[in-house]
Ligand binder design. Structure first.
Ligand SMILES: NC(=O)c1ccc[n+]([C@@H]2O[C@H](COP(=O)([O-])OP(=O)(O)OC[C@H]3O[C@@H](n4cnc5c(N)ncnc54)[C@H](O)[C@@H]3O)[C@@H](O)[C@H]2O)c1
Ligand SMILES: [Zn+2]
Length: 356
């Protein structure tokens, strides 16, 4: 079992990587004898609800699977369920599921009575290695990804890699894209580790999965601690591939491509665009595409059914943009990501038209 402490602007919490049962006392301490609500979807609950229910009294509150959950009506319905549950401000809400469940539960818990504690029990590789930590929550709105959200740090994160055994190969691959991201941002040795171990990790090697999760969470914790509310620019690096990726998700129709798939392609495009701007060696961009493609992740726009013309429009509406200036995470090569705040839309439009 590995425990990683996160200090997020005065809020300190642990991320425990290891068997859920080993963290039973932590959950019981938070529950103080109360029955806790668990936000989950029917699939995840059927597979893993019992593993939680044997540890303490819990009651499931169901929301739809995947990205579909991140919509106003489901946020509203969840608030109604909290009210029916008679939830008070000190009762933790558990989020058992992937990043979508985490994002929806996080925003609902953050809003309810101006904030009640949330405990994340992520069940996808993406959520264990990335989204459960850092306190970003959101729903999609107006056809745009993560348009409405708030920061709400969890009280505890329990990441049990054994829960990933039931995850299908496509979801696992999508989560792996976010793992690779941590190498590409500032850890070239970790990217090389991914190249060497990615296939075995995705084949289910538990030790490698745990190692990857711990590496990503340590990196995320460092970044979040430095820039809790994404204002300095360091946390923005975690968005490598995401400005392209979110636009791809929205243009393809939210929920069509998985978030991690869009991020994989987005990271390839961020490297390609950096090559075009003379910032990144061509060989690095090729290396990134080769590794992600070898895993079976999408790496070219040609693989996607979407209207290219909408991408620039969507990228221009990105949250990171400031006073009309397009901010984009670009790179000087593997491990050399940086935030560029003066990206002109002309070269980006030309790039998007011609991108493979
Ligand atoms: N808040 C953040 O910092 C942050 C970071 C990255 C991504 N995200 C968000 O996370 C979402 C993507 O999350 P995701 O990739 O985890 O997918 P998801 O939550 O959208 O969907 C997961 C799917 O896999 C199923 N599933 C989950 N766990 C399973 C298990 N153990 N076994 C079998 N099936 C299982 C679920 O039923 C669901 O169908 C996106 O909306 C993205 O925007 C948020
Ligand atoms: Zn992401």
């Amino acid at each position: 079992m590995t425990t990683i402490a996160v200090n997020a602007g005065g809020q300190r919490y642990d991320v425990v990587i290891g068997p859920l049962a080993a963290a039973a006392d932590r959950l019981q301490q938070l529950a103080r004898g109360r029955t806790l609500p668990v936000v989950s979807d029917a699939r995840v609950w059927a597979l893993h609800g019992q593993a939680l229910a044997v540890l303490l009294p819990v009651r499931p509150l169901f929301v739809p699977e995947g990205e579909e959950a991140k919509q106003w009506p489901h946020l509203q319905a969840l608030i109604t369920r909290f009210t029916e549950f008679n939830l008070d401000r000190s009762t933790p809400v558990l989020a058992l599921g992937g990043g979508s469940i985490g994002d929806l539960t996080g925003i609902a818990a953050g809003l309810f009575k101006r904030g009640c504690p949330v405990v994340h029990i992520p069940t996808t590789l993406l959520a264990q290695a990335d989204s459960a930590v850092g306190g970003k929550t959101a729903i999609d709105a107006e056809g745009q990804k993560n348009l409405v959200g708030l920061f709400h740090q969890p009280a505890l994160v329990l990441a049990d890699p054994a829960l990933l055994d039931t995850l299908d190969a496509r979801q696992l691959r999508a989560g792996y894209a976010e793992v690779v991201k941590y190498g590409l941002i500032d850890d070239p040795a970790f990217f090389a580790w991914c190249e060497a171990n990615g296939q075995a990790l995705l084949a289910g090697d538990q030790a490698l999965v745990e190692q990857a999760i711990a590496t990503c969470i340590r990196a995320k914790a460092r970044t979040v601690e430095h820039d809790v509310e994404d204002k300095i620019g360091t946390r923005a690096l975690l968005n490598l591939g995401h400005t392209f990726g979110h636009a791809i998700e929205s243009a393809a129709g939210l929920g069509t491509s998985l978030h991690g798939e869009a991020v994989a392609l987005g990271m390839c495009l961020a490297h390609d665009f950096s090559v075009e701007l003379g910032l990144c060696p061509q060989a690095d961009a090729a290396r990134v595409r080769e590794h992600l493609a070898s895993i079976g992740l999408p790496t070219t726009l040609a693989e996607m059914e979407l209207e290219r013309g909408r991408l620039l429009l969507l990228m221009s509406a990105d949250k990171k943009n400031d006073a009309g200036k397009l901010k984009l995470v670009l790179t000087r090569g593997v491990g050399g990501a940086f935030l560029s705040d003066g990206v002109a839309s002309g070269p980006l439009a030309t790039f998007l038209e011609g991108a493979r």
